[in-house]
Design a protein around this ligand. Structure first.
Ligand code: CO
Ligand code: CO
Ligand code: CO
Length: 351
């Protein structure tokens, strides 16, 4: 019997979200304290910066980009969960300016208690996204586990001189964000049964939109730095970029695209713990406008799954890149700028 319609996948899930290369802040600290390997000149991006993926130079014109991401279900539809997990995992290659080429599935599934068709649907969702991104699935690994988890390890290629790290932002740059935020609060609202079907579709659509077009488009412009917005939220990832680049930033709250009803749902109690943690971690790094209340501040720190690219582009190219992105259907906006200063501090102004 097919019971896929009666199982609420998100009720089996302890925690969603992703923190790029290493994971949630508290855990990533532990991983960073591992003794580092012998320095290797071919490691172009390694553990020492909080970037999206590792980059290893193979030859003068080719480097490999490697990343891995997996998490527990954040929506109940298994096909959509597979799409989201794949879109999110692939994104770290796009955030480095790379072209993803191969992927491996990572599966944890309670095979004795959940219908196999659910897993088949998850894999089909991921497979369809890999097809759309023109990535070859070349293998994977699965274990029996009480709590379902799914994700992928993705490998890409990039020219060693064209790697978009998060450490190159320059004063005067404009900051472009390519997807709306509010995903953490909305997916928590799904768990709490507070969203209408069309609202679930809208946020699912944001999470299943590949950053392929955004990445390929930015590669034709004078982009100094790029990352994708995921578990640490918009301000968390902006803060990593500001710190990595030794610059300050100003972000205009009114210009940041936020999905509908996010503030209302936040006020009703759907702010996830991860979002509040992000806010706490950033207490010394961010100054908020007096006009912002606690909910506005949390929204700017909201933990995102499969968010957009945050691009630091030279002022002269900013308007052209924005128009180019919007013409191609990307929900991009200029949300702020890189300012003088070298402390990594972020000021959030109303506009
Ligand atoms: Co990631
Ligand atoms: Co990332
Ligand atoms: Co990057």
């Amino acid at each position: 019997m097919d019971n896929s319609n009666t199982v609420k996948l998100t009720s089996l899930s302890s925690k969603g979200g992703c923190g790029c290369k290493i994971g949630p802040a508290d855990l990533s600290q532990v991983l960073r304290e591992l003794p580092s390997a012998t320095p290797n000149p071919n490691v172009l991006v390694g553990l020492d910066t909080s970037d999206d993926a590792g980059v290893y130079k193979l030859s003068d014109d080719t480097a490999v980009v490697q990343t891995v991401d997996f998490f527990t279900p954040i929506v109940d539809d298994p096909y959509a969960f597979g799409q989201i997990a794949a879109t999110n995992a692939i994104s770290d290659v796009y955030a480095m300016g790379g072209k993803p080429i191969t992927a491996l599935n990572i599966v944890a599934f309670p095979i004795s208690t959940l219908d196999k068709s659910i897993l088949a649907d998850i894999l089909r969702g991921a497979g369809d996204k890999l097809k759309e991104a023109n990535i070859a699935l070349v293998g994977g690994h699965s274990i029996d586990d009480q709590e379902p988890k799914f994700g992928l390890a993705v490998t890409g290629i990039v020219h060693p001189d064209k790697v978009r790290t998060n450490t190159g932002a320059k004063p005067g740059d404009k900051l472009i964000l390519t997807k709306p935020i509010g995903v953490g609060i909305l997916t928590t609202s799904i768990k709490n049964g507070l969203l209408h079907n069309e609202e679930i579709e809208r946020v699912t659509n944001v999470m299943t939109t590949l950053n392929k077009t955004a990445s390929e488009t930015m590669n034709a412009y004078d982009v100094h730095a790029c990352t994708d917005v995921t578990g640490f939220g918009l301000l968390g990832h902006a803060s990593e970029m500001a710190n990595g680049s030794s610059v300050d930033m100003r972000i205009f709250y009114d210009k940041v695209p936020v999905l509908p009803r996010v503030k209302e749902l936040a006020e009703e109690g759907s702010v996830p713990g991860g979002t509040k943690n992000n806010f706490k971690h950033l207490a010394d790094a961010v100054t908020y406008a007096d006009s912002m209340d606690q909910y506005d501040q949390w929204i700017m720190c909201d933990a995102v799954t499969s968010g957009g690219l945050l691009i630091s582009v030279s002022d002269k190219d900013a308007d052209n890149l924005l128009t180019d992105l919007q013409d191609k259907g990307v929900e991009a906006q200029i949300i702020g700028e890189v300012t003088d200063g070298n402390t990594g501090h972020i000021i959030v102004d109303k506009n």
